[in-house]
Ligand binder design. Structure first.
Ligand code: SPV
Ligand code: MG
Length: 293
C-alpha cells in the first residue's frame, strides 16, 4: 500500500494511531524497527540534531534533504512537521509537490508566522490571519497529485494564550478549507485545554495531539475521546542527547573506552541498521569476480 494511503488510514481508522519522532535516516529506521506504523519528522528534533534552533534556521530544502534520507530508509509513512509552510501559499504548494516526489505521506502546517518559534519557548506568539492560512491549506490540497497525501492544520491558539472559542473557530475554518485533520496543540501540563476543545468539536473531523507537556494523561483517555493520532514528538532526539552526553563525559574522564564499550550499540548493530549485508550480497551479484579476491 502507498505510504500516503497508510497515513490516511491511520487518521481515519477507528483505532488510536501513534507517530514516533525521528530526525534522520538512522532514527527513522529505529522507529520502524520498534514497531511504529508512522513517523513524525519533527522540526524541533531535526533542527536540534543539526545544532541549530527551531526558528526556521534550516532552509526548507535542507529539511527536504533530511526527510528524503528518512523516507529512503523506511517503508512506513512520514508526516513532516512543515512549520508554517516556509512562506505563503505559493511556498507551501511547492513544498507539497517536492514532498510527494520524495514519498512523504503528509505535512502538518501551523497557523503562526514565518520565521516560527517553538511552541514551548515564547509566551506571546503571533497567529496567522485565518483567511490567509485557509488559502495556504487550499493551495496545498489543490497542488497534491496523490489524493491520499494529507495536509494537517495545526491550531496554535491555545499556545498563543487564546481560549477554546478561538481554537474552535480556527479548527472549523481549517477543516472547511480542506485540511484532512486538525492538530490541536497545548503547552499546559494537564489535558484540560484539549478536552475543552474536544467537547465543542464533537465528531467534525480527525484530531491529532502532541502530549509532550501533558504526558501524564493516560493513553486510554485519548482512546476514549476518539483522538485519531498521538504524536510522541521529540523523545528519540532527547534520549540521544542523554546517551551521548553520558558517553562523551565518561570517555573524556577515563581517557579510555573500557568502561563504555559494553554500554553502547555494537558495530554489528550499526552495520545492521545500515543494511550493510545487502551491499555484500549485491556485490556478489553485480561485481565481476576478480581472480585473487
Ligand atoms: C516538533 O516536534 O517540532 C513540534 C512539536 O512541532 S512541538 O515541539 O511541541 O512544538
Ligand atoms: Mg515543530
Amino acid at each position: 500500500m502507498k505510504k500516503t494511503t497508510l497515513l490516511k488510514n491511520m487518521l481515519f481508522s477507528a483505532d488510536l494511531g501513534f507517530l514516533m519522532e525521528a530526525h534522520n535516516g538512522l532514527s527513522a529506521r529505529i522507529v520502524e524497527q520498534s514497531g511504529f506504523k508512522g513517523i513524525w519528522a519533527s522540526g524541533l528534533s531535526m533542527s536540534a540534531a543539526l545544532g541549530i534552533r527551531d526558528n526556521n534556521e534550516a532552509s526548507w530544502t535542507q529539511v527536504l534533504e533530511i526527510v528524503e534520507f528518512m523516507s529512503d530508509a523506511t517503508s512506513i509513512p512520514i508526516l513532516l512537521d512543515g512549520d508554517t509552510g516556509y512562506g505563503n501559499f505559493n511556498n507551501f504548494r511547492r513544498l507539497v509537490k517536492k514532498l510527494e516526489h520524495r514519498d512523504i505521506a503528509g505535512v502538518c502546517i501551523e497557523d503562526k508566522l514565518f520565521p516560527k518559534t517553538n511552541s514551548f519557548l515564547s509566551e506571546h506568539q503571533k497567529l496567522a490571519n485565518i483567511d490567509e492560512f485557509c488559502g495556504k491549506i487550499k493551495a496545498g490540497k489543490d497542488s497534491q497529485k496523490d489524493d491520499d497525501f494529507c495536509v494537517i492544520a495545526r491550531v496554535e491558539a491555545f499556545i498563543a494564550g487564546w481560549g477554546v472559542d478561538e481554537t474552535l473557530k480556527r479548527a472549523i475554518a481549517y477543516h472547511q478549507a480542506g485540511a484532512d485533520a486538525v492538530l490541536i496543540h497545548s503547552k499546559i501540563s494537564t489535558f484540560d485545554e484539549i478536552h475543552s476543545f474536544l467537547k465543542e468539536w464533537g465528531n467534525r473531523g480527525a484530531v491529532v495531539i502532541v502530549p509532550t507537556k501533558y504526558y501524564t494523561t493516560p493513553t486510554s483517555i485519548f482512546r476514549e475521546l476518539d483522538i485519531s493520532l498521538v504524536i510522541w514528538a521529540n523523545h528519540l532526539m532527547r534520549s540521544a542527547i542523554t546517551a551521548m552526553k553520558k558517553t562523551a563525559l565518561q570517555i573524556h574522564e577515563m581517557q579510555s573506552l573500557v568502561d563504555v564499550e559494553k554500554k553502547v550499540a555494537t558495530l554489528a548493530e550499526v552495520f545492521e541498521l545500515q543494511e550493510a549485508n545487502e551491499l555484500t550480497q549485491a556485490e556478489k551479484k553485480y561485481l565481476p569476480a576478480i581472480e585473487g579476491n
